[in-house]
Design a protein around this ligand. Sequence first.
Ligand code: ATP
Length: 437
Amino acid sequence: MAEAPESTLMEKVVNLAKRRGFIFPSAEIYGGFRSTYDYGPLGVQMLRNVKNAWWRSMVQNRDDVVGLDAAILSPPAIWAASGHLTTFSDPMVDCRNCNERFRADHIGDTCPSCGSKDLTDARDFQLMFKTHAGPVEDDGSVAYLRPETAQGMFTNFLNVQTTSRKKPPFGIAQIGKSFRNEITPGNFVFRTREFEQMEMEFFVPPAEAQQWFEYWVAQRYEWYLDLGMPAEKLQLRPHDADELSHYSAGTTDIEFQFPWGWGELEGVANRTDYDLKAHSSASGSSLEYYDQASNERYTPYVIEPAAGATRAMMAFLLAAYDEDEVGGELRTVLRLDWRLAPIQVAVLPLSKKPELEPLAREVLGKLQQHFYCDYDATQSIGKRYRRQDEVGTPWCVTVDFDSLEDGAVTVRERDSTDQVRVALDHLIAELINRTQR
Ligand code: ATP
């Protein structure tokens, strides 16, 4: 397997993402808009696959985690209690020469943009997006766009606990958009102002917090490996004591080796009872759990695996990108796990001749019940295979003239390019079997 050179990997993936409809710069016809991106036909599907893989492992396959979808618009009271209004800010410095603004912890004592040493002192910059709910723009109508999904799980802790009749240890999971007015967005979708998170708050008896923390670090690391991330591109990094968030008694980041260095994919934190206690005292509604069996009342500790869906998708694209040679020709291939591939099976009639279409469409209809499919009848078959390889399609099914006689089709596998003839009656079983390997 040929390794794509790291220096240009980023450019190649960004180009591929644009060219094949994964990710477009937002508002491009107006010249673009400040590090915002739109997810095209293949991108929205792949992002959905990343989120589905997370939901399946965190909610569907467990009986101790339930889902939630909370509002994005939220009152200042939530963010005052959570600590975000006072502490959710990054110290910033401005360059007096070129007026660029940078995170103080990202630069030394010279401006990375123009090299000037004439920088302001560091000042706090509030990262939350503020808006007004309703027609009047006064202090009473202030609302914030959530900067994390987590607070929805804390404020709904008792609603969810009582309606789902769960007892700690149990978790609440949520996937959704979050917004941060990042000073230095960049590196494609690694850091954007609007992004998607996949977070789960796991409520536990305080004495069990450390053991669950270790459990979730291991589980979440395994999730990336299971979806095909190479182990050498992943690392676990425990935070130093002086780096911990205001709520955390321990955090370990799961990091990916991006082309510019190691970067966080996900943080697993022991948030203690900080948030539930803060909301209990600020709202006056007790968020304690009453354990009938032991007749005890306590505030659970919370273990939180917090991942970025959009950032994870980018990492999966970077890890999957490869170039090799097939039949003496250079080929670009995304070696995506079939669960993440935006197209899982492509149905390709060998030629555009009308005789092939009815059978090819019948095959498509059957496959669509199980897989995300594409149907492509234009260009030579070799070119169509390359187009599918480039977007990571694991299997191509070719319908040819023999198919009309023998009721069989050719299944081609992306990585090996191996082709086998499969009877139509066995096609679904054959492909499902391949997903199990
Ligand atoms: P960073 O140090 O990179 O700013 P963070 O530690 O503030 O991240 P968390 O608050 O732990 O991030 O958020 C959990 C996850 O959400 C991150 O691991 C990342 O995957 C994702 N995330 C956070 N901020 C952004 C962003 N601006 N753009 C894209 N994804 C983000």
